[in-house]
Unconditional design. Sequence first.
Length: 141
Amino acid sequence: MPQLPQISFDVALIAGRAVFLVFCFVLAALAFTRCRRAVERNAERFAEQNTALLAQLANMEQSLAEAHRKLDALSEHREGESRRVVAGGASTPSYQIAIRMTRSGATRDELMTSCGLTRQEAELVLRLHAPARTPRLAAAS
């Protein structure tokens, strides 16, 4: 049997270092691959969460815009009511006109269409300001 050549101690140490370096390189490559996959999974989860948050934010913005529109409408309605009360003082001009028309013998429907009164307001104006009716029996005596 042929004899194997003997390797010197220095060559054995160099070969051992080379094997160790190759092993470390393979181990580092595996670790880097796992880390990269974990980062990609985290990035995908982050993108999904970001998309969900953006959708929720858009819904909130729509709700907020709708609330602002309603608030503006209520504010305008309130301002209109306060202007009407301030401009009219104790009684608005339409009530004054309704009272004059009632004293002239206007009907409830005429007051409602001409002065913009509700049915109840027109009936109240008629009760309070209609000319006094004289009973027929008293007139006949």
